[in-house]
Design a protein around this ligand. Structure first.
Ligand SMILES: O=C(O)[C@@H](CO)OP(=O)(O)O
Length: 260
């Protein structure tokens, strides 16, 4: 008897204007760059050419993720599917680093690569938090419907991201839609959320996750069985493109940005 295989398509949004300018973004709402829009269109093309037909779209509450999702749906003629936006899929909150040039932060850490990458990529690495008594400009009225505002972050490590993300991902996405409704789910989200989902679905340990980087705009496919176990390794729809993007992201901030 052949088993049912559930498909989960996950990707990081296309390049944002601040990715382009080498600035930490986090919860600040920055739009896609022109390159980011082209990447989103290409992601749609890859999804279409691979015969994938998402039944539902999940994005964060941030424009770069929503915009990417809508460009994809338009490209694959499925703009009509349900679309759920949740702050649980928002990028890692980058605390006081949000809006700062990555190379300037690297310099402020004495150009110590280990320290810099610890904050960017270690499971427990956390940027300095925005103090409680300071207004966090990244929290605006899109979060008004949330009852308990104190659960909103002011800076997060990957560990903190996973605490807010995984229960939502399991209950709302995996169990309710992928399993019970047998839907193909498309999640368009952010680098740290994709890293968290790779870690969770593949049981990657806290040390190994430091080495995983995620390119902008390249869809990843996870195939899961009835017990929500992977039936094979996850894969990118364009490996060559993913490789180039991964290398770029891994080295961000270590050099001064060339004039744009
Ligand atoms: O700026 C950010 O929010 C993230 C992703 O764009 O940066 P980094 O890859 O350095 O964690």
């Amino acid at each position: 008897m052949s088993q049912t295989v559930h498909k989960l398509i996950i990707l990081r949004h296309g390049e944002s204007q601040w990715n382009h300018e080498n600035k930490f973004c986090g919860w600040i709402d920055i739009n896609l760059s022109e390159k980011g829009k082209a990447e989103a269109l290409n992601a749609g093309k890859l999804i279409f050419e691979n015969g994938l037909k998402p039944d539902i779209l999940y994005t964060s509450k941030l424009s770069r993720s929503i915009e990417t999702g809508l460009i994809i749906l338009n490209r694959i003629n499925r703009i009509w599917i349900d679309h759920i936006k949740s702050w649980k899929l928002n990028e890692r909150h980058y605390g006081t680093y949000q809006g700062c040039d990555k190379f300037e932060i690297f310099k402020s850490l004495g150009q110590d690569k280990e320290k810099f990458q610890y904050i960017r990529r270690n499971y427990f690495g956390c940027p300095p938090l925005i103090p409680q008594d300071e207004i966090d400009i990244s929290i605006d009225d899109r979060y008004d419907s949330i009852d308990n505002k104190s659960q909103l972050p002011r800076g997060e490590s990957l560990e903190m991201v996973m605490k807010r993300l995984i229960p939502y991902f399991n209950e709302e996405i995996l169990i309710k839609h992928l399993l019970k409704r047998n839907q193909t789910v498309l999640i368009v989200t952010h680098g740290s959320i994709v890293r968290s989902l790779i870690k969770y679905l593949n049981n990657i340990n806290n040390d190994q996750i430091s080495n995983i980087n995620v390119p902008t705009g390249v869809p990843l496919i996870f195939e899961l069985d009835e017990n929500l176990k992977l039936v094979k390794d996850y894969y990118y729809l364009d490996n060559e493109l993913a490789k180039k993007g991964i290398e770029k992201v891994a080295n961000e901030g270590l050099k001064k940005q060339e004039k744009l």
